[in-house]
Design a protein around this ligand. Structure first.
Ligand code: GAP
Length: 434
């Protein structure tokens, strides 16, 4: 399949089946704004939940917070973002379109002319005003990253958890950047979801922890998201191209249909941020009494890029059949229940009972699809296309023998499973021994 086709197919599938819709569509849309639909929000939430479980819930050294989107402007002045968080911008002298020079290929994408102004820096922070006064004293910024809240809240977390180095502070949530050239569907937008943590360490241990988180990030992408290793790369970001706070950065890159580009990042932020925010060292060694500024290794994950990569990587075609081979635990629907025939009340009632059984105590951690339209083959195709790992059909044998047909999305193999064993069967298949 041509790679540009793949992107078109994903965007179209997302719209048609309810993963991602164009934002504000009935008003003609708002460029580069996207809404997650019923299936997209399940996929996105599954990624976020899995991440939280892995990096916060199952560890005793990382603590979660949920900080405010709007913070004091002083935070962004101290962090260097007001001054440094900028991208180069050029303007086309012909049509006055504005672009990031590194994201265009020579000529103006609007009018095709190659006549640009010199690059100047454009700050990416989104500005707004608090309260009824619309002057600079009320000016604030929507957060451009979550990290600053983790630095600002450092003493509060330290005090309430009594944590000792090394330890981390984690958060998930929206970040906002006034990107000059957004695009490629949900790859680069002006509001996006982040998951990141600041891992506080002693300076002499930064290399050890950098390597540790490097391996963890790789394992997250391949084991948890199920992304193929052959499409994944690491890039050592050279001097002069790193963010203003970073002494070393590795980007995890993916082979998107539009090229090899960043998926996630890992940065060694030194003690740059804590030093900017705190006049006195905010950490004291409890044994020696020594006060100092911890250093920081920061793994950061874009949620929307995770969704995009998972969809691209899972998309397969087999003749006219499209299968999203998502990891079962990421799939929006965990299973689908079908009565073989919609006009047989006994079958429908039994299928409803099974639907209730699978949704009541919610041990499968996700919704279950119900479909009684058309023939079974079409229903299978419809579920394959959205990645539902198991389809359960209730037929006449079910009424007599108390078992159902369970069909596996990837192998299309079918097996009979007793109704009373169904929930455990699916749980084991989807979540294994965890
Ligand atoms: N606190 C560090 C930080 O924010 P970043 O590399 O600027 O680092 C983190 O952004 C991640 O957020 C990126 O690796 C990428 O996954 C995602 N990201 C960045 N800008 C984005 C945008 N405009 N749209 C969607 N995702 C974006």
């Amino acid at each position: 399949m041509a790679t540009s086709d793949l992107m078109e197919k994903i965007v179209s599938l997302c719209k048609r089946r309810g993963f991602v819709f164009p934002g504000s569509e009935i008003y003609g849309g708002l460029a580069n704004s996207w809404d997650y639909g019923p299936l997209g929000v399940e996929l996105k939430n599954n990624i976020k939940r899995l991440w939280w479980e892995r990096f916060v819930g199952r560890r005793d050294d990382i603590f979660g917070i949920d900080p405010a989107v709007i913070m004091s402007s002083k935070v962004w002045e101290a962090s260097g973002h007001v001054k440094e968080f900028a991208d180069p911008l050029v303007e086309c002298k012909q049509c006055h379109g504005r672009f990031r020079p590194d994201l265009i290929e020579g000529v103006c994408p609007n009018c095709g002319v190659n006549d640009f102004t010199f690059a100047k820096n454009f700050n990416l922070l989104f500005r707004t005003h608090i309260g009824p006064v619309d002057d600079s004293s009320a000016e604030v910024y929507l957060r451009g990253e979550l990290a600053q809240a983790m630095f600002v809240d450092f003493p509060n977390v330290l005090q309430t958890t009594r944590a000792k180095l090394p330890f981390g502070i984690a958060a998930q949530g929206k970040a906002f950047r006034n990107e000059i050239t957004p695009g490629n569907f949900i790859f680069r937008t002006r509001e996006f979801d982040l998951m990141e943590f600041e891992y506080f360490i002693r300076e002499d241990e930064w290399e050890k922890w950098f390597e540790y988180w490097r391996k963890e990030m790789w394992s997250w992408i391949t084991d948890d998201l199920g992304v193929q290793e052959s499409r994944l790369h690491e890039l050592e970001v050279p001097d002069g191209e790193r963010a203003h706070y970073s002494k070393r950065t590795i980007d995890f890159e993916y082979d998107y249909p539009f090229g090899k580009k960043e998926l996630y990042g890992l940065a060694y932020r030194t003690d740059f941020d804590l030093k900017n925010h705190f006049k006195q060292p905010p950490y004291k060694d409890q044994e020696t009494g020594e006060a100092f500024y911890p250093h920081v290794v920061e793994p950061t994950w874009g949620v929307d890029r995770s969704v995009l990569v998972v969809l691209l990587d899972a998309y397969t075609e087999d003749g006219d059949r499209v299968v999203l081979k998502l990891k079962p635990r990421l799939a929006p629907y965990k299973a689908a229940v079908f009565p073989l025939l919609a006009n047989k009340p006994d079958l429908v009632a039994k299928a409803r009972e099974i639907y209730q059984l699978l949704t009541t105590n919610y041990s499968l951690h996700g919704p279950i699809a119900w479909d009684d339209r058309g023939n079974i083959g079409k229903r299978y195709y419809a579920q394959d296309e959205i990645g539902t790992p198991y389809c359960i059909t209730v037929d006449f044998d079910t009424l007599e023998k108390g078992d159902v047909t369970v069909r596996d999305r990837d192998t299309a193999k079918q097996e009979r499973v007793k109704i009373e064993e169904l929930k455990e069967f699916l749980q084991e298949k989807i979540y294994g021994s965890e």
